[in-house]
Design a protein around this ligand. Structure first.
Ligand code: PGA
Length: 241
């Protein structure tokens, strides 16, 4: 694993964005595995800036996202499709039909997962997979559990996640209770994994992921089995390493 140490969130975002940009520059038809959450926003802003300046061209890029809430439509501002459109896709010259996110509107869970697995098969392994990390060590919606689940699957959100998300919705009933997420085998099949972390509240998870045992109790620890992982983090997130 290589560690890119930024002194703060801004510097970490720049270091991480350079890795993504290098992938696109070296292979304009690359497949990017993308992530949502607050941590990658600074990285996406940098990619947008370089696209506006004519340095980065997204016209041949394909993207696959990690996860999506079940039951949210793309125009719902809490859906991950909406997040991606807002933070990246609507701001660069990417072809929307080359961007893939699990279909949160598909009620049949088996079909939703099978459809997404088929897309992932067709598109091929990501040249680089971007990941955030949860405070509990989750990656995508692969939450701590008894086993690593290999392919796309539906996940029951924990009460605490539902509770935490409720601030974004008018009523508790509207908060998604389930999500579809890419599985661990797909994540590990990416040629390079870029994981971003910022802040003291991620320090324990980062430590457990890379200095603890490989265990589904800390899903990100599976990345110790991958031969090309880049951890871009700020000093706070690295404070226990
Ligand atoms: P965050 O989420 O970037 O909003 O902290 C990361 C994650 O939960 O994967």
């Amino acid at each position: 694993m290589r560690i890119l140490r930024g002194k703060d969130y801004g510097e970490m975002s720049l270091l991480a964005a350079r890795i993504m940009a290098a992938k696109i520059l070296s292979n304009p038809s690359c497949v990017l595995g993308l992530a949502t959450g607050s941590t990658p926003i600074g990285l996406y802003d940098k990619l947008v800036k370089w696209n506006e300046e004519g340095i980065l061209d997204f016209s041949k890029v394909t993207t696959v996202n990690l996860d999506e809430y079940k039951g949210l439509t793309p125009d719902n501002d809490q859906s991950y499709r909406y997040f991606m459109n807002t933070h990246l896709f609507d701001r660069v010259n990417i072809r929307k039909d080359h961007t893939f996110v699990p279909d949160g509107t598909e009620k049949d869970e088996e079909k939703a997962c099978a459809d997404y697995n088929r897309i992932l098969e067709e598109v091929g392994p990501a040249d680089i997979q971007l990941l955030g990390i949860g405070r509990n060590g989750h990656i995508g919606f692969n939450e701590p559990g008894d086993a690593f689940i290999p392919l796309t699957h539906s996940v029951q959100l924990t009460e605490s996640t539902i509770e935490a998300n409720s601030r974004f919705f008018a009523t508790l009933e509207e908060v998604p209770k389930k999500a579809y997420t890419m599985g661990m085998k797909t994540i590990l099949n990416a040629k390079t994994v870029l994981i971003v972390a910022s802040g003291k509240d991620k320090a324990q998870a980062v430590h457990d992921a890379f200095e603890g045992p490989v265990t589904p109790a800390c899903p990100a620890s599976v990345l110790q089995l991958h031969s090309d992982v880049v951890l871009a983090a700020d000093e706070d997130a690295l404070s226990l390493m």
